[in-house]
Design a protein around this ligand. Structure first.
Ligand code: ATP
Ligand code: MG
Length: 191
């Protein structure tokens, strides 16, 4: 099984490019953000726990997302691997992913990082707010807080995966969606 990680700040285009990658390599796309939004929509206990944290631009507890990922690995069989989008987001999550994949006699295959500057994060999320109506996209302050959270908690993973020889970065800006998709596909081809 392959275990690819799509990495990048909020609004980098992880979800936008995941489809083409998943299709080309027969991977199951797992977005922790989408899984959490589904739990919220369903009104499950997990969704109720996550709702206010997400709306405030905070991360949900590591154990919650780790459990969701492990459950998905356990239940999904008919694919050549997984494309993780939005996970891991903290060092403990990255260490958990190493344990979870090792228990499956495997490891993270590669991390594809889509980089965009903070100003572009603001622009894109403000635009997305009008289209998707997500609570965590709604205010400037929440967006700013998510960017801070990214720098403080998620960015250290770059060094973690660089040290493991697994870090591969493409520019998510400037460029059209098609241009960025081509960069992502070319990068994965080279791994
Ligand atoms: P993108 O637009 O690139 O998909 P995003 O940051 O806008 O990224 P999601 O990945 O959908 O949005 O995540 C939305 C929210 O869900 C996060 O801000 C966080 O509160 C929660 N979340 C998602 N993944 C995790 C995770 N791995 N650990 C903790 N919280 C998470
Ligand atoms: Mg997403």
């Amino acid at each position: 099984m392959k275990y690819y990680v799509l990495f990048g700040p909020p609004g980098a285009g992880k979800g936008t490019h995941a489809g083409a990658l998943a299709q080309k390599y027969n991977l199951k796309h797992l977005s922790t953000g989408e899984l959490l939004r589904a739990e919220i929509a369903a009104g499950s206990p997990l969704g109720i726990q996550a709702r206010d944290l997400i709306a405030a631009g905070n991360l949900v507890p590591d154990e919650v997302v780790e459990g969701m990922i492990e459950a998905a690995f356990d239940s999904i069989k008919d694919v050549d691997g997984f494309l993780l989008d939005g996970f891991p987001r903290t060092l403990p999550q990255a260490e958990a992913l190493d344990r979870i994949t090792a228990a499956r006699n495997s490891e993270v295959t590669g991390v594809i990082s889509i980089m965009i500057p903070d100003e572009e994060v603001f622009r894109r999320i403000a635009r997305r707010a009008e289209i998707e109506g997500r609570a965590d996209d709604a205010s400037q302050a929440t967006i700013a807080h998510r960017i801070e959270t990214y720098h403080a908690q998620t960015e250290p993973l770059i060094e973690y995966y660089r040290n493991a020889g697994k870090y591969h970065e493409v520019n998510g800006y400037p460029g059209t969606i098609e241009e960025v998709r081509e960069r992502v596909l070319t990068m994965v081809e080279s791994i």
